[in-house]
Design a protein around this ligand. Structure first.
Ligand SMILES: Cc1cc2nc3c(=O)[nH]c(=O)nc-3n(C[C@H](O)[C@H](O)[C@H](O)COP(=O)(O)OP(=O)(O)OC[C@H]3O[C@@H](n4cnc5c(N)ncnc54)[C@H](O)[C@@H]3O)c2cc1C
Length: 392
């Protein structure tokens, strides 16, 4: 399928895949054993530009357009055998660094952004709570005003990168009952008095992406910790989620491309009943489905990127991309495992791990049901507009 990538975008893809092979893959075994984020590797990722792909040079970024950036992230996924690391890097880049760049004032950018972009600090985003997962309209975590600042109290959970993080982007209620204007966003440093990170949570996959609960016990925050205006938390969260949903799974498209290449090669080489298994129609059709899913996922991803490059709002496109890529990644990973037979089920090959890693993509950053809700809500809104025009 012709995607019309420029030579620069193709070079970016290849360089990213090579970066993953040289810098990330060799130490995968150690990370799978200890589940930690190595600081030196993080710094190397910062040097390569992973945390500032679309940030301008004056903010320490690479200055790529969004399409070039997501093509590079696809390359990273294509080369990288560690989907946990992809999750950790993407969370830091899209969910923490980018919002601080977009909504931070000059002082906040000076203080927080540089270390995040350079890979000297690790960032985490803390939205979810035990009682508020999909429903993040109001938070149990509170941050009432105290003097010129705020005092943060509550517990967040399922926080990716938390065990290693230096900095948390935290969403909390500042005006109970204030609805859309009742929440604010805060940048909270790990060293602040009252911040306590729990032990890493054991999970099915993404073993190299550590996740934990984070408790805030009467953490005193100055006004300089509030990102955006007080009360703008929900708006900021929606804006951040648009980018997160649109871009976080870009590497998964590269992972699918690798899975397809490996599985097709296997099906050519593997012989049963006297011929390569790819010659059985039932097998060929499964490969054809993988190819369709890969291309569909890529089209949704790149549609989002092109819209953002055009300066357009793309929250619905982000929801569609997130939904489609996560579904396709799960299906491709399951098919890759299946077509490798018992070898695919064994831990020596990457397939059982990649399949376990893919499962979470239908949950984090809003479950598949929430993406469908977002798409349906936009259709409802459009339908109402059309109806009002038809019946003035
Ligand atoms: C690997 C991983 C990493 C994560 N990282 C982070 C992170 O860094 N920061 C963070 O804040 N959170 C993180 N999360 C949490 C994640 O955002 C939540 O798990 C997610 O929003 C769903 O919330 P929940 O788990 O409480 O499920 P619930 O909201 O309790 O949902 C349970 C089920 O009900 C369905 N459901 C709920 N409401 C509706 C509805 N209105 N219509 C239809 N179906 C509905 C859901 O789709 C789901 O199937 C992570 C989760 C995972 C698995």
């Amino acid at each position: 399928m012709a995607h019309g990538w420029s030579e620069e975008q193709e070079r970016g893809f290849a360089a990213a895949a090579e970066f993953a092979r040289v810098e990330i893959n060799p130490t995968l075994g150690a990370r799978l054993e200890n589940g930690t984020l190595p600081r030196e590797l993080w710094r190397r990722c910062g040097e390569f530009g992973w945390f500032g792909q679309i940030l301008p040079a004056e903010a320490g970024g690479v200055g790529n357009d969004v399409l070039t950036a997501v093509r590079a992230w696809q390359g990273l996924g294509y080369g990288c055998l560690d989907a946990g690391m992809l999750m950790a890097l993407g969370t830091h880049a899209w969910c923490v660094t980018l919002p601080i760049f977009r909504f931070g004032n000059p002082q906040q950018r000076t203080r927080f952004l540089g270390p995040l972009v350079r890979g000297e600090a690790i960032g985490a985003i803390a939205i979810s709570e035990s009682e508020h997962g999909s429903d993040a309209r109001e938070f149990t975590t509170r941050a009432p005003a105290r003097g010129a600042g705020f005092v943060l109290h509550g517990t967040k959970t399922f926080v990716t990168n938390a065990p290693a993080a230096d900095l948390f982007l935290v969403f909390a209620t500042t005006r109970p009952g204030g609805g859309y204007f009742g929440a604010s966003a805060f940048v909270v440093e790990r060293g602040s008095a009252g911040v306590r990170v729990g032990p890493p949570l054991a999970k099915m996959g993404l073993k190299t992406s550590p996740m934990a609960e984070v408790a805030f016990d009467e953490v005193a925050l100055g006004p300089e910790h509030c990102l955006g205006e007080p009360g703008a938390g929900q708006a900021l969260m929606r804006a951040a989620l648009e980018w997160e949903r649109g871009c976080l799974l870009a590497p998964a498209v590269g992972v699918m491309e690798r899975l397809l290449a490996a599985t097709a090669s296997h099906c050519v080489a593997r012989r049963q009943f006297g011929r390569p298994i790819i010659e059985f129609e039932a097998v060929g059709h499964q490969l054809a489905e993988m190819k369709l899913r890969l291309e569909r996922a890529r089209l949704f991803l790149e549609d989002f990127a092109r819209r953002k490059d055009a300066g357009a709002k793309a929250d619905v496109e982000a929801a569609m991309a997130k939904l489609e890529i996560s579904k396709s990644w799960n299906q491709c990973a399951a098919t890759a495992l299946h077509l490798h037979g018992a070898y695919g089920y064994c831990a020596d090959l990457e397939f059982e791990r990649t399949w376990r890693d893919a499962v979470a993509s239908r949950i984090y950053s809003g479950t598949s049901e929430m993406q469908r809700n977002a798409i349906a809500e936009s259709l409802l809104a459009e339908g109402r507009v059309r109806a009002s025009r038809a019946h003035p």
